[in-house]
Write a protein that binds this ligand. Structure first.
Ligand SMILES: *[C@@H]1O[C@H](CO)[C@@H](O)[C@H](O)[C@H]1NC(C)=O
Length: 293
């Protein structure tokens, strides 16, 4: 009985904390084929459990990749990924949203592989109107090759948030008032790929891909998209302002999320363009607010 009561209390606490913290909903097991199609090197993608799980493989000849069927303006996009295990030096596994036009908008997760037991780096970037150069790099607080973890992007008119599991690791606010273009009118597709980038990825290109270890394999599942689907040419979303991600609790991080973001900042950051005074002698405008975190 006592344990029942305890379970009840615990579930209440969990529910309450879930309600207080505006974390986007958990992805359910969405199969690959519902939202995605392979883009290139189709024979380098393998399907398991009726397509609910897939593996991308990279060898000396080619990497591979896939993309969303639809184009989207705002929403929540997530994927569970298990990175290339063992010696993954020189490889890059990417998950990104991009409008792929000349003045493109884009948000990137790039996972830079490493030698066996050496840490991966997660690099993120945001492009708006074709302008990027907003790299941030962190180490993860777990080994991303051991189990699946959820990587997601929340995008609304107020902010773009990068999450690792439930932890916000980066926020790009709408700083239109500071003269910074915010992605709002160019539909994006979601892309993922695994390729060789040993000219820059690992220790700045010093560590080369060891092809005797090929094929390199990354695993994926839960291909969740909850977003406003529009045509590639659409400039606005019909349901703008009405969906869950537009609501008040998703317009800014809450105190708990800011604490977690600041924990990532202080414990795991390797590089932040906002503090790179050599590259940017005058601070990029959006970084003025970035400092407050
Ligand atoms: C790889 O490991 C080295 C040595 O621990 C580390 O300096 C580097 O940041 C790691 N990650 C990448 C992607 O280079």
């Amino acid at each position: 009985m006592a344990s029942n009561l305890w379970t009840l209390c615990l579930s209440f606490l969990l529910l309450a904390s879930g309600a207080m913290s505006a974390t986007p909903r958990k992805a359910i097991d969405v199969p690959f084929g519902r939202n995605y199609i392979p883009t290139w090197a189709l024979d380098h993608i393998k399907y398991f459990n009726g397509g609910s799980e897939i593996q991308l493989s990279l060898d000396k000849f080619t990497g591979t990749g896939f993309q969303s069927k639809g184009s989207y303006l705002f929403g929540h996009f997530s994927m569970q990924i298990k990175m290339v295990p063992g010696d993954s030096a020189g490889t890059v596994t990417a998950f990104y949203l991009s409008s792929q036009n000349s003045e493109h908008d884009e948000m990137d997760f790039e996972f830079l592989g490493n030698r066996t037991r050496q840490p991966y780096i997660l690099q993120t970037n945001v492009f708006s109107g074709g302008k990027g150069n907003r790299e941030q790099r962190i180490y993860l607080w777990f080994d991303p090759t051991k189990a699946y973890h959820t990587y997601s992007v929340l995008w609304n008119l107020y902010q773009i948030v990068f999450f690792v599991d439930d932890v916000p690791i980066r926020v790009f606010k709408n700083n239109k008032d500071l003269g910074v273009r915010f992605p709002f009118n160019q539909p994006m597709k979601i892309y993922s790929s695994l390729w060789n980038a040993d000219d820059w990825a690992t220790r700045g290109g010093l560590e080369k891909t060891d092809w005797s270890k090929a094929p390199f394999v990354a695993s994926y599942k839960s291909f969740h998209i909850d977003a406003c689907e529009v045509s590639v040419n659409a400039r606005f979303c019909q349901t703008q302002g009405k969906r869950w991600w537009d609501q008040k609790e998703f317009q800014d991080l809450d105190a708990f999320q800011y604490r977690r973001l600041s924990w990532v900042r202080h414990r795991y950051t390797i590089y932040n363009y906002c503090t790179d005074r050599v590259r940017f002698p005058s601070l990029p405008p959006e970084c003025k607010r970035d400092r407050d975190v």
